[in-house]
Design a protein around this ligand. Structure first.
Ligand code: ADP
Ligand code: MG
Length: 401
């Protein structure tokens, strides 16, 4: 199995978040995941409430206001009749949901969550994340929840409450009281909110979260305080400490290019441009992307094969690049410090022989054993454009598309 290191910022589904909430005593409506209309109906019968909700499970928000490509409106549906649940789930499962966060291509829905629908008195926003400026956890909250929080932050910044937490002292009772008062919770709901906040902070720290966002957190008409939605991000450098969280990984929701890259232990981030990069070293990869931009082009990816890449990794990287339909040219930029340029050259030749070369390929090789590397490329007879230096390589790549 690929190392955890290359899993980029792992997300989980709402029904999985609910399992974590249950574990840490963060109240949320009763609910379960289903992968078919029949299973959804069975869960509805088991829960047996007067009002229930079916929620599409995808790693993207804005589901409530989303639209399915089959014309069905909304990835969050409330119904009074449990008999409807199967039908609603059937219109979601196997269909593509488009929301503000999915882009036009949308997301295929494979699972839904069937849950108790609650009567909402008010929707709040609550999140915990790591504040990069102060290196501390920060709690962000607002009475204007349930909607686009970015819009609130932009137009009504006074409605956003922030509370920095000292990482050693942890969440203090006075901080809980301050947030409770700022959000206007009173009576039993104030006590409920305080308990939820403390338990959520425990969850956040114990599981090495990057962020937990609850939008909305609600007060119900009968005074309960519940997490109705959840978005989690986990620090991938700490995932090895939480195998149960890592098991929540759903690779169907991840960029297939990034999944393939993690199998070869490559650091890869897919981007929207058309010039693919294959580079050794993160700094050099950044510089290569800058050089492409400077020459008027757009990089298709960030790809670092690492300081000691093997031939297999280069072949893997090349295959990932070539399978991306957006890519129109490939720029290989290798500075051989630890890396032997001839290994890269052999990897490129092997990959091209395997997949064929349909695109312009620009190679800049420099450093350790560069003469042998250049000789390998030349002897292969492949149509490769050589480059003097990075600027020259970027210029030639941009000119080729
Ligand atoms: P998204 O943010 O992806 O649109 P949410 O889970 O936030 O999805 O749901 C959207 C809206 O649907 C919520 O703001 C809330 O008003 C309503 N909703 C979601 N879950 C429930 C529930 N269990 N009971 C009642 N209303 C709900
Ligand atoms: Mg939401």
């Amino acid at each position: 199995m690929a190392s955890v290191r290359t899993v980029s910022s792992m997300n989980i589904h709402e029904y999985q978040a609910k399992e974590l909430f249950d574990r840490f005593d963060v109240p949320s409506p009763r609910g379960k995941m289903a992968e078919s209309a029949e299973a959804a109906k069975a869960i509805a019968e088991e829960i047996g409430s007067d009002l229930m909700v079916v929620k599409a499970q995808v790693h993207a928000g804005g589901r409530g206001k989303g639209t399915f490509k089959n014309g069905f409106q909304g990835g969050v549906h409330l119904t009074k009749d449990p008999a409807d649940i199967g039908e609603i789930a059937g219109k979601m499962i196997g269909e593509t949901l488009v929301t503000k966060q999915t882009g036009d291509e949308g997301r295929l829905v494979r699972k839904v969550m069937v849950a108790d629908a609650v009567e909402i008195k008010h929707e709040y926003y609550l999140s915990m994340l790591m504040d990069r400026d102060t290196s501390r956890p920060v709690i962000v909250a607002s009475v204007e929840g349930g909607m686009d929080i970015e819009e609130v932050a932009e137009n009504r910044p006074e409605k956003i409450i922030k509370q920095l937490i000292h990482p050693l002292a942890g969440l203090q009772a006075y901080e809980v009281r301050k947030l409770t008062a700022a959000l206007g919770f009173k009576g039993p709901a104030a006590k409920e909110f305080g308990k939820l906040l403390k338990n959520l902070y425990k969850l956040f720290v114990s599981l090495d979260c990057d962020m937990v966002e609850i939008n909305p957190l609600v007060e119900t008409k009968d005074g309960q305080v519940l997490a109705l939605d959840a978005k989690f991000g986990f620090d991938d450098n700490a995932l090895y400490r939480h195998p149960e969280v890592l098991a929540y990984r759903d690779i169907e929701e991840e960029d297939p290019r990034e999944v393939a890259a993690s199998e070869f232990d490559l650091s890869y981030i897919g981007l929207d441009g058309n010039i693919a990069c294959l580079v050794n070293g993160a700094g050099l990869a950044m510089a290569t992307m800058d050089a492409i931009k400077f020459s008027g082009g757009d990089p298709a990816n960030f790809l670092d094969v690492g300081g000691g890449a093997t031939k297999e990794q280069v072949v893997g990287a090349f295959n990932i690049i070539q399978s991306d339909p957006k890519v129109e040219a490939i720029l290989i930029n290798i500075f051989g410090g630890i890396m032997d340029c001839d290994i890269i050259a052999n990897g490129v030749v092997a990959a091209v022989q395997e997949t064929g070369l349909k695109l312009p390929l620009i190679v800049r090789l420099e450093g350790n054993n560069v003469a042998a590397g250049r000789e390998t490329l030349k002897a292969s007879g492949l149509a490769i454009t050589g480059a003097e230096d990075l600027a020259d390589a970027a210029k030639k790549a941009v000119a080729s598309v």
